[in-house]
Each structure stands twice: as C-alpha cells, then as structure tokens.
Design a protein around this ligand. Structure first.
Ligand code: CP
Ligand code: NVA
Length: 309
C-alpha cells in the first residue's frame, strides 16, 4: 500500500497515533547508536526518497535524509531551480517521471496545490515538507515532543501566539484529530485561514481565537510561536509592530501553567516572536523538538510506504 501525507488528516487519528507510537519505539531502540547506523530491521532497504526544495531548509533537508539512511534507504535531494520544474515543466509531468525512478517524493513548496497535484499525478507517496498552507511533519515532531515530556497529548492545552501561519494550521488540525484544545492569540489581519478553523471545529476540535494574549495563555500547557515573517513573505514593519503584543516573553510564560513547555519549529528570530530568556530557558524543548523531526519522519515514511498500519 502507498499513501501520501499532505496533511495530518490524510492519516486520521488512528494513523497519527500509530506513527507516534512507532516513532517513540524506534527512537528508544537506537539510543546511543552513531547517527549514521542503520536500524537493525532496515525496513526501507532498497528504497529511495526524492526531495524537491522550492524553499530553504536546514532541519527538513537533513532530518529526512538521515531518516532514510537510518531506515536503510537512500535519498536524492534537489532544488527546484536546478530541475526542469524550475523552467516550467509541469508538476504533473514531474510526478509521472519521478514515480518511475524513486519510491517516494517529499516536496517543500509555496502553493499547497502543487503538493496536492504532485500527489495526484505520482504513483508513489508524496510527503508535504512545508507549504504556505501547512507543515504536518513539524507537528508530528511537536506532538512527539509533548508526549515524551508529559506522557500523553490528552489533557494538554496548546496556546499559539503571533502569526496565523502554516505551522499553526497544522497544530489546529492536529488538535482536532487527537483531541487537544488549541487557543490562538494573534492580531487582527493575521488570523489563520478560517477554512482550517472551520474544518477543525467540524471534526469536534476545541479551537479558541482571541486578540488577547493574556486570555489565551492562562493555564496553557504548551506555548508555541513561530517567525512573524514566513518564507516568501515581504518584510513589513507594520506587521512586526502588530505582532509585538504577542511576543513570547517571561511575563507571558509566567501566566501559563507552572509546568508549561515552550516549542518553536525554528529558525527563530530572537527578540521578535520570542525572547532569549524563554527560548533558552528551562521550559524550552526546542532541541528535542528539532531532533524529533528525524524520529517522527521515519514513522511517516514507514506509514506512507505501507510498512506500518
Ligand atoms: N522547522 C523547519 O521546517 O526547519 P527548516 O526550514 O530548517 O527545514
Ligand atoms: N512559518 C515558517 C516555518 C519555517 C519552518 C515559514 O513558512 O517560513
């Protein structure tokens, strides 16, 4: 069986739970091993993942590459500018051709429709490595980090501060699929996509949107933020000004639950969306979160290629 992973809902709550369990087990099983050592069962031996980057990346590029190596497979990493895709070859034709060479494709792109089209025309699984609309692999890692730290997702109240962006969309989707409430504090004009909120609520998700950061942070367990200016967006002083009341600083953290944790997908803009004292402070889990990209994506790859579930 081969399945694409364009958004978290593609896997449903059962698929997501299965992947998170797999990630925990696999991470535990290879503790202490050199990072380049192949997992004992080498479940993706003989498999190749092609990665297409239309935007910059550090974590996604390296963690997917290492994920494939640890699973016993290999990768081909391409920037779209050096592909014919960058000179106008269609996504559909690219999908058909790559499907004849490789076993799975990961794409990081701007327009979400491109990832959907790639999945539609490919005969192999396609994984969303970030679009302007969502970042599902990031939120798999975030959920894994919260489970490791708290023992479970259930009972955790998540709170987002700042821009209503792609990362937030995937958190909202995750909350509605796995049953944790998400509070959102962002300034007027920078709300998340109402369709994402509506879909989450239609699934029974508990999503609260407010202009008041203090209201959203009260008692929250997982505090999350991200850059105020995402890749592809113009740097705008006006936006930075509007975001300032939503900066995650020590005063905001003090209003959260006493044992609250801080997450950030990185790269961070210290002094903008978060201050050093928080991102480098005792409640911050950002390095585990970044590491967990690797472990979570190994499970995503195994699910897509029909090795689990
Ligand atoms: N968090 C994340 O996706 O990082 P990169 O942009 O470095 O891949
Ligand atoms: N929202 C950010 C996430 C980067 C990993 C962006 O799209 O640039």
């Amino acid at each position: 069986m081969s399945r694409s992973f364009i958004d978290l809902a593609d896997a449903g709550s059962a698929g997501l739970t299965l992947m998170l369990d797999e990630a925990i087990a696999r991470k535990q099983a290879r503790k202490g091993l050199p990072k380049g050592r192949i997992d004992a069962d080498a479940p993706l031996a003989g498999h190749t993942l092609a990665m297409i980057f239309e935007k910059n990346s550090t974590r996604t590029r390296v963690s997917f590459d290492m994920a494939m190596r640890q699973l016993g497979g290999t990768t081909i990493v391409m920037d779209s500018g050096s592909m014919q895709l960058g000179r106008g070859e269609t996504i559909a034709d690219t999908a058909r051709v790559l499907s004849r060479y490789v076993d799975a494709i990961m794409i990081r792109t701007d327009d979400h429709q491109k990832a959907l089209d790639l999945a539609r025309y490919a005969d192999v699984p396609v994984i969303n490595g970030l679009t302007d609309q969502s970042h599902p692999c990031q939120i798999m890692a975030d959920m894994l980090t919260v489970i490791e730290h708290r023992g479970a997702l259930t009972g955790s109240r998540w709170a987002w501060f700042g821009d209503g962006n792609n990362v937030l969309h995937s958190i909202v989707e995750a909350g509605s699929l796995l049953g944790f409430p998400v509070g959102i504090a962002c300034p007027e004009g920078y709300d998340p996509d109402p369709a994402v909120i509506a879909a989450a609520r239609a699934r029974g998700g508990d999503v609260r949107l407010s202009r008041d950061a203090a209201e959203i942070v009260a008692g929250a367990d997982v505090i999350v933020t991200d850059t105020w200016i995402s890749m592809g967006q113009a740097h705008a002083e006006e936006k930075l000004k509007a975001m300032m009341p939503y900066q995650v600083d020590e005063a905001l953290m003090a209003r959260a639950a006493a044992d609250a944790v801080f997450l950030h997908c990185l790269p961070a803009h210290r002094g903008e969306e978060v201050v050093d004292a928080v991102i480098d402070g005792p409640q911050s889990l950002i390095w585990d979160e970044a590491e967990n990209r690797l472990h979570a994506q190994k499970a995503v790859l195994l699910w897509c290629l029909g090795k689990i579930g």
